[in-house]
Design a protein around this ligand. Structure first.
Ligand code: ZN
Length: 457
């Protein structure tokens, strides 16, 4: 089987792997992971330590056998990075000499200090191929003019995304970094056909796009919107708002993980969750986040995604806990012909809150409010914490929502009460709602956290 490609003109980026039955993809991956394990301990001080008790003759017949290996946690990587030296600027998980590293990228995690990863020239190639594969699955093509809104080249969604856009042959317009008003004007002038944005920026754009058209006098050429960086497109209401506001029907969700590859999941035309697109370079497992037990990929399963990057040279990751919780929306061959599992991201462990012993994701609160109070409030919100570390709430969780334009603010307190009792009834969690004027909540072009920390007194 050939797994080679440079660009694709057909229906798939990598037809051989994307259409191979998933069990066979895993059987293709298993020996590649097995072959990397022993050399890995020679190359990485982190894995020499983590894999001390792993038998050197461990055989991986299937990915189920991966359960013999320990997980790699973000904290492991952080501690390894803290052991940086002049010779090894990336610390104990730097597995090649600095001379062979051509790029450092920062994982923009919403919690803690950033983690840095290195890329060798072959690593860059792997990132670019997997990201291009994801864009291709999500419907970008070489004739697209793509606005890239991430302003920071060093973050995993910066230069690597740009490389992916160019790899599929699209015309890259790297507008991130300009003020928002200028981004919108240039998108019209450059006849942008596609953008990748956060869901909240997509909503913002859908409100502003007509006005920008009147200002520039350039008709919209925008037909494709890819949303990532935060869950949200799983809400039909949000999808509809963006689609109607921009007069487009091509609206797809994408997702990655900066530590592994910044775009690995992309939604196909079936619009039933995101396919995994990095199977040539990365293996995936679904686990129970509480017990660490492997779960099988079956529709309806919910679990945490674990990644093994089996071709990674500079800063390897084996059984890396993503802390992303996903709902499996489909397995087996999709109507598009792809065979990889499909998921929706339902939230991150890092964002989980606990109200009097009840776990709740901010996205669950947001999605419930968006669904039940459509027309009164925007489908975005902000939750205030007293400190970055705060997870537990004994008092009702403070939540700000934003009224839709035209909402009669004299009705705000009645609306707040109605939202509070709905959240309590549906999620068994108490919130205290503040209704803000339309347009009050910040909308970022890259990553939006639903959580904010009050300035310390
Ligand atoms: Zn599909």
């Amino acid at each position: 089987m050939s797994a080679d490609n440079t660009t694709s003109t057909g229906a798939y980026w990598n037809e051989a792997l994307e259409t191979l039955p998933w069990a066979e993809v895993e059987r293709w991956q298993a020996p590649r992971i097995e072959a990397m394990l022993v050399p890995l301990r020679e190359r990485s001080a982190l894995y020499a330590q983590l894999h001390t008790d792993v038998p050197r003759d461990l055989r991986l017949a299937t990915l189920t056998d991966l359960s013999a290996l320990p997980f790699t946690l973000k904290d492991h990587v952080r501690v390894a990075q803290d052991r940086a030296s002049d010779v090894q600027p990336l610390g104990d998980n730097q597995a090649v000499s600095t001379a062979n590293i051509v790029q450092a990228i920062a994982s923009s995690g919403t919690t803690g200090a950033p983690l840095y990863y290195g890329l060798t020239a072959p690593d860059v190639e792997v990132f670019t191929d997997a990201i291009a594969n994801t864009w291709f699955t999500a419907g970008l093509r070489k004739n697209d003019v793509v606005a890239h809104l991430v302003g920071l080249p060093m973050v995993a969604g910066g230069l690597p995304y740009a490389d992916g856009f160019r790899r599929i042959g699209a015309m890259l317009c790297w507008l991130g970094g300009f003020p928002t008003e200028r981004i919108l004007r240039e998108m019209r002038r450059l006849r942008t056909t596609a953008i990748l944005a956060t869901t909240s920026f997509g909503l913002y754009l859908s409100e502003q796009w007509d006005a920008v058209g009147r200002e520039t006098g350039v008709p919209s050429r925008l037909t494709k919107v890819l949303c990532g960086g935060e869950p949200g497109l799983n809400q039909p209401e949000i999808r509809e708002r963006i689609g109607n506001g921009l007069q487009i029907s091509h609206l797809r969700e994408v997702m990655g993980l900066g530590d592994v590859i910044s775009a690995m999941w992309g939604e196909c035309e079936a619009l039933n969750g995101m396919h995994f697109n990095a199977q040539k370079h990365v293996a995936i497992e679904l686990i129970d986040p509480a017990t660490g037990e492997q779960l099988s990929w079956e529709a309806g399963a919910i679990g945490e995604i674990v990644y093994t990057a089996f071709t990674r040279e500079a800063t390897p990751l084996v059984r890396y806990r993503s802390r992303d919780h996903a709902l499996v929306t489909g397995v087996d061959r999709c109507v598009c012909g792809r065979t990889s599992p499909r998921i929706r991201c339902i939230g991150r462990t890092d964002d989980m809150l606990i109200y009097k012993g009840m776990n709740v994701f901010p996205t669950s609160i947001r999605d419930l409010i968006a669904l039940r109070f459509v027309g009164s409030v925007e489908p975005m919100l902000r939750i205030w914490k007293d400190s970055k570390e705060q997870v537990r709430f004994d008092d009702p969780i403070p939540v700000e929502v934003e009224a839709t334009p035209g909402f009669d603010m004299t009705q705000a307190s009645g609306l707040a009460q109605a939202i509070e009792s709905t959240v309590r009834a549906q999620l068994q969690v108490r919130v205290v709602i503040t209704v803000l004027d339309a347009g009050s909540l910040p909308k970022s072009a890259y990553k939006n956290s639903l959580l904010a920390v009050r300035a310390s007194k």
